[in-house]
Design a protein around this ligand. Structure first.
Ligand code: SF4
Ligand code: SF4
Length: 172
């Protein structure tokens, strides 16, 4: 059972304030991002299919690593990221990364895997409000001991749960 803590009450209040006054989508997005950790948890288990080790995005200083320069900077700050091989598009941008340490669906360096791997899939969920289509984890709403009365926040929650249901059905 989830009881609203001081942090969530503050988020909720700001959410209402934004709805009544500024109506800024960016503020609502940011508050939604903060509230996801309070309202949801991940259940299920890893299928150990290595899906998240292929075609992955990397971020450095909160920016998408999409050029060789940014990638070099990332590796300079943390050499363990050298394991990720960039896939370049024709305009020299990096489209995504593949990890060289994935062999037959298994990580060859599991105990020393970098933070980007350890935080997956929760980091992905926080960023995209969903999980990769084939992921074995699921997004679940915590048992709330209070009713969320704000319509736009209710809609965001319902929308995310609906998309998660659809994802689960198609993953079967
Ligand atoms: S280090 Fe391991 S967990 Fe991380 S992407 Fe590579 S194979 Fe996957
Ligand atoms: S995509 Fe999900 S189920 Fe597949 S390896 Fe990654 S965490 Fe595990």
């Amino acid at each position: 059972m989830y009881f609203p803590n001081f942090f969530f009450c503050g988020i909720y209040f700001l959410y209402l304030l934004n709805d009544w006054t500024f109506k800024r989508e960016k503020i609502a997005d940011w508050l939604w991002w903060l509230s996801k950790n309070e309202l949801f948890y991940l259940a299920g288990d890893c299928k150990k299919d290595g899906d998240c080790c292929c075609r992955l995005d990397l971020y450095h200083n909160q920016q998408l690593v999409d050029t060789q320069e940014k990638y070099d900077e990332l590796v300079k700050s943390n050499y363990t990221y050298k394991r990720f091989v960039p896939a370049h598009t024709s305009n020299k941008k990096i489209a995504y990364f593949n990890c060289i340490l994935l062999k037959n669906g298994t990580c060859q360096d599991y105990s020393r895997r970098p933070a980007v791997c350890k935080n997956f899939p929760f980091s992905y969920f926080l960023k995209h409000s969903k999980l990769p289509s084939v992921c074995g984890y699921t997004i679940e709403l915590k048992k709330l001991n209070f009713k969320i009365r704000n319509k736009s926040l209710q809609n965001r929650i319902q929308n995310m749960l609906y998309l998660e249901q659809e994802r689960k059905k198609s993953a079967k």
